[in-house]
Design a protein around this ligand. Structure first.
Ligand SMILES: NC(=O)c1ccc[n+]([C@@H]2O[C@H](COP(=O)([O-])OP(=O)(O)OC[C@H]3O[C@@H](n4cnc5c(N)ncnc54)[C@H](OP(=O)(O)O)[C@@H]3O)[C@@H](O)[C@H]2O)c1
Length: 273
């Protein structure tokens, strides 16, 4: 262990896809402390990252005083079996930041001896630093601890805070699961292009570039709402207007999306127990 004080220790527990994405972001942005990673089966990418950045990598929780911050990124179903060994690194002053889908702060606090908990829901564009994370901090989380959580989670992209823990289910339904809705849009657009007579591979290429290009355009023009961007490319009586009349009909995309998000939110609530 390095000579950093225990309060500066940031211990990652689990570094698979999401944990590695956060660690890569921290490596780019600079870690606000001394990072240790507990990962029994590290990928080659993780080993190289830890080597290059001086992150300590170990297979099991090391002995020592409790860490200042613990970032939990294991699979949710592993929590029960992994938690007992974490008593070595968690104490009453430890901030626990959990990205475990469906695990409420009540579930975490019965298993870990900390008081300050942040529950967060990132999404997969985190892998390229373009994710968005919804986060909730319990009342025992101090302002500096919340700031630290913000810095850690920012490694994956933007961070937004919600004031009630239940809202994490709605965040899950919008941005957590949302990338899949966008990928489906690209699939449907490609299938519709093929039905309109295009060769399948060409339709897939057009759809992919359109969805990613439109996303990038939206990203680069934050001053314009999606509605304005849409209106800007819709001439009255034109082709886009003809398609939008179908998509924006009473039984069009809006009610469908509302039902989809409701279904995801309901499922998130069921999974949280
Ligand atoms: N991916 C997403 O889009 C996403 C979005 C939001 C939230 N999340 C949450 O992020 C968490 C991680 O998801 P993921 O997709 O990154 O899963 P993952 O790739 O399976 O990562 C979990 C990691 O934890 C490791 N692990 C297993 N036992 C451990 C132990 N005793 N101590 C420390 N580490 C251990 C696993 O190693 P082995 O593979 O060797 O078992 C694996 O590398 C989940 O709780 C998920 O709900 C993910």
């Amino acid at each position: 262990m390095s000579s950093a004080s225990a309060a500066d220790r940031i211990v990652f527990v689990g570094a698979g896809k999401m944990g590695t994405a956060l660690l890569s972001g921290l490596a780019r942005a600079g870690a606000p402390g001394c990072v240790e990673v507990i990962e029994p089966h590290p990928s080659t990418e993780l080993v190289a990252l830890c080597d290059a950045r001086g992150f300590a990598l170990c297979g099991a929780p090391p002995a020592g005083p409790p860490a200042g911050t613990l970032l939990l990124a294991i699979k949710p179903q592993m929590l029960e079996s992994v938690a007992p060994a974490l008593s070595k690194v968690v104490g009453p002053e430890t901030l626990v930041v959990s990205i475990l889908a469906g695990k409420r702060i009540a579930d975490l606090s019965t298993r870990l001896a900390a008081r300050a908990f942040v529950r967060a829901m990132p999404n997969t564009p985190a892998a390229i630093g373009r994710g968005i994370t919804g986060a909730f901090a319990n009342a025992q989380t101090s302002a500096p601890q919340r700031g630290l959580a913000q810095r850690l989670l920012s490694a994956a992209g933007e961070v937004v805070w919600v004031e009630r823990e239940e809202l994490i289910d709605a965040v899950t339904a919008v941005s957590g699961s949302g990338p899949a809705y966008v990928f489906l849009l690209a699939e449907c657009l490609a299938a519709a292009g093929a039905a309109a007579g295009l060769p399948e591979d060409l339709a897939a290429r057009l759809a992919r570039a359109t969805v990613s290009g439109a996303g990038e355009l939206m990203h680069r023009t934050p001053e314009l709402s999606p509605a304005t961007l849409r209106e800007n490319v819709t001439s009255p009586g034109g082709t886009t207007a003809a398609a939008l009349a179908v998509l924006m009909a009473q039984d069009g995309l809006a009610p469908l999306m509302t039902r989809a998000v409701e279904a995801a939110k309901r499922r998130a609530a069921e999974l949280s127990g």
